[in-house]
Design a protein around this ligand. Structure first.
Ligand code: KG4
Ligand code: ZN
Length: 359
């Protein structure tokens, strides 16, 4: 086995086919991503059958491309890390089976990574510096932080003591925040994925124009719920005369977007503040697609004074394989390898079970 520190990561849990080569868990040598957004756009959401087929068509070129960009062959790869779950099972199994195939054919050790744990580790990866501002070639020291993973598939708050020591503190009881963004965008005739569009339009609107709830904000726990907010938004749309009455009215659309975004931001910042206070911590990482949100980024900096906030570069916020390869390095070093019998799993616990995520 070569001792190069190079891990090949493979990610296919939703609608991005991705592969990456990362050195010693931190320095990203390549980061290939094939997004399927245009294929799902006309349906206003991810269609599992289309996603699975597209992964199959892309995976070979994406993995080859990642190795080529890194300037290495499989001979230099010390371990392969793949996303085992959670996600769409038909999508996951393309990456899992492909990784198993290379591992078996080349005798390269294989590790299984939990997708959200990968997101929570993403602040530590980078091309030059990580999201905490450290040189990725330097010494790695881990200090505990509160990690908030917010994307289209998940909204979780966790205590991250080290890359493999994660305690879930709260989760969404229904929709994920990114999913709520995408659904309300569809209600007012905006394209998929709605999150970035709503974010852009919100900047021009009045956040107090519509009174929307802040679900769970004052509950004494760290769980989220976004389905009620989405329903309250739908009610406002109805009161205004429905989608047809709103489309094309730029001020109205901007006000609706700004009001929705303000509600999400209040909840996310409020829950982050509570988790930091409960655990006496001053470090926060916000990860996942919604961590790209400009309004959220500004609000975190303004409202959480004295807190060191890590926001990964946008390319490491949305789904990518670099975070999988990065976290995979620690599983490999801990000897938590997967057998060829490992399967793709639609739901997989975020907390690392004894023995790894491979059983
Ligand atoms: O992490 P990601 O690529 O995939 C999942 O694991 O879900 O996140 C995609 C989600 C989508 O719901 C998208 O609308 C949302 O992240 N998103 C945003 C922004 N950029 C992406 N939501 C709000 N504001 C943004 N700027
Ligand atoms: Zn994700």
């Amino acid at each position: 086995m070569p001792e190069t520190g190079l891990v090949l990561g493979i990610e296919s849990s939703c609608d991005e086919t991705a592969a990456s080569v990362v050195e010693a868990g931190r320095r990203v040598l390549s980061n290939r991503i094939a997004s399927q957004v245009p294929m799902h756009q006309r349906w206003g959401g991810v269609v599992p059958e289309i996603a699975s087929r597209a992964h199959l068509e892309q995976i070979v070129a994406i993995v080859d491309g990642a190795l080529e960009d890194a300037g290495v062959s499989l001979d230099a790869i010390e371990a392969i890390a793949m996303t085992r779950g959670p996600g769409l099972v038909g999508s996951l199994l393309v990456g899992v089976e492909f990784a198993k195939g290379i591992s078996a054919a080349r005798g390269i050790p294989l590790v299984s990574v939990q997708h959200v744990a990968g997101h929570l580790y993403s602040p530590y990866i980078g091309r030059e510096k990580d999201a905490w501002g450290n040189d990725v070639k330097g010494e790695t020291t881990f200090e505990p932080y509160i990690g908030m993973a917010v994307s289209g598939g998940h909204s979780s708050i966790a205590l991250v003591e080290s890359p493999l020591t994660i305690t879930v503190l709260g989760e969404t009881l229904d929709d994920a925040v990114g999913e709520a963004y995408d659904k309300i965008a569809k209600l007012i005739g905006l394209d998929y994925p709605g999150g970035p569009i709503v974010d852009r339009l919100a900047a021009e609107g009045n956040p107090a124009a519509f009174e929307l709830p802040r679900p769970m904000l004052h509950r004494d726990n760290l769980d989220f719920s976004f389905s009620g907010l989405k329903t309250a938004f739908a009610r406002e749309v109805e009161k205004l005369g429905g989608r047809e009455a709103i489309e094309g009215n730029e001020t109205l659309v901007a006000d609706l977007c700004a009001s929705f975004q303000a509600a999400c931001i209040d909840v996310l910042v409020g829950k982050a503040r509570r988790a930091l206070r409960d655990h006496g911590l001053k470090r926060l990482a916000v990860v996942g697609g919604v961590a790209c949100n400009q309004g959220l980024r500004r609000a975190l900096g303004r409202r959480l004074k004295g807190i060191a906030i890590a926001l990964p570069q946008p390319e490491f916020c949305t789904d990518n394989a670099a975070m999988i390869a990065g976290l995979g390095w620690y599983l490999h070093r801990a000897g938590l390898h997967s057998s060829p019998a490992v399967n793709a799993t639609a739901s997989l616990s975020l907390t690392l079970p004894e023995g790894g995520w491979q059983v």
